[in-house]
Ligand binder design. Structure first.
Ligand code: ADP
Ligand code: TZP
Ligand code: MG
Length: 278
């Protein structure tokens, strides 16, 4: 694990994060989201606040055209139903054909056989990033001894590090486990992100929102998937820290986090992004 001192050495990560944020703001990548009903609002607002352009498009009739013109795709299985799976798979295949990055959020995987089965089928379609909480990442690789409760994690991100590495290697992808310290791995390297506040867990769909931000950040730097994933997590966490300075509970944090994401400036990004190679 990196020490606090190492997390404090932020200069080069701060500068890469600031450049990435500027690129998102300048190029406004179109992020197609096939996501759950709970997350649609906060996901779209988080993408807009970061400078990207969200579109929630899931009708099978629209996939071929829409995925082709999107910059990135975010697939989230939070409120899964059989008819949406066709759209998810068609969009993932189209994104691969068009060489557009697509990311997967395996919400609640492990809770039911149906969800786990469909999640594995989606992973077989090769997402470039999988971002979940610790329980979800452990459930994907069957490493959890505690049954999954629902969409919230019962484990810490560090509990899921070995599972994350195993999944990254097996699926040849980048895996991010969110938590007090977010861990990002390609199976060999591991980056740790220590931005964020615990109260973010008390707002529904913050995990979903940050997965969509990962899609946006990977789309502007497709050759730096591992780093872009860590940067998206760090900036969202930093917005949470800045928002928490003004918030009095989860509802006001939601509002102030989105405001802070919109107003992130060079000084706070340079000085407060906390990413370290572990
Ligand atoms: N204890 C914590 N301290 C700081 N940030 C946290 C903590 N737990 C979660 N977060 C942040 O909240 C966001 C959502 O993560 P998490 O709650 O793990 O995902 P999910 O909503 O999918 O369960 C992430 O940006 C993560 O970094
Ligand atoms: C509460 C809930 N139920 C189905 S999806 C969902 C949102 C989950 O969001 P997150 O994974 O970001 O907590
Ligand atoms: Mg989640």
């Amino acid at each position: 694990m990196a020490s606090f001192r190492e997390f404090s050495r932020t200069e080069s990560w701060g500068s890469e994060a600031w450049k990435a944020l500027c690129k998102v703001r300048e190029t406004t990548p179109l992020v197609q989201c096939i996501t759950n009903f709970v997350s649609m609002d906060i996901m779209a607002n988080s993408l807009l606040a970061a400078g990207a352009s969200p579109a929630m498009v899931h009708a099978i009739e629209e996939i071929l055209e829409f995925t082709s013109l999107s910059s990135a795709l975010c697939i989230n299985i939070g409120t899964l139903s059989p008819d949406w799976i066709f759209s998810m798979k068609a969009a993932a295949i189209r994104a691969n054909e068009c060489q557009k990055p697509w990311v997967l959020d395996p919400v609640g995987v492990g809770a039911t056989r149906f969800r786990t089965e469909k999640c594995i089928e989606l992973i077989n379609l090769k997402p470039c990033v999988i971002r979940g909480n610790a329980s979800e990442i452990m459930a994907v690789v069957g490493a959890s001894i505690a049954p999954t409760k629902g969409v919230d994690s019962t484990r810490s991100s560090t509990d899921a590090l070995e599972a994350a590495k195993e999944l990254a290697r097996a699926a040849q992808t980048v895996v991010a486990v969110s938590g007090a310290v977010d861990l990002v791995t390609d199976g060999k390297r591991v980056l740790g992100v220590s931005n964020g506040v615990a109260l973010m867990q008390r707002i529904t769909a913050t995990g979903c929102a940050v997965t969509a931000l990962i899609a946006a950040f990977v789309s502007v730097n497709p050759n730096r998937v591992l780093e872009s994933t860590a940067i998206a997590l760090a900036l969202f966490g930093l917005a949470g820290e800045l928002g928490a300075e003004k918030a009095s509970g989860p509802a006001s944090l939601r509002m102030h986090l989105i405001d802070a994401l919109h107003m992130l400036d060079e000084a706070s990004v340079m000085n407060r992004v906390r990413i370290a190679q572990l």
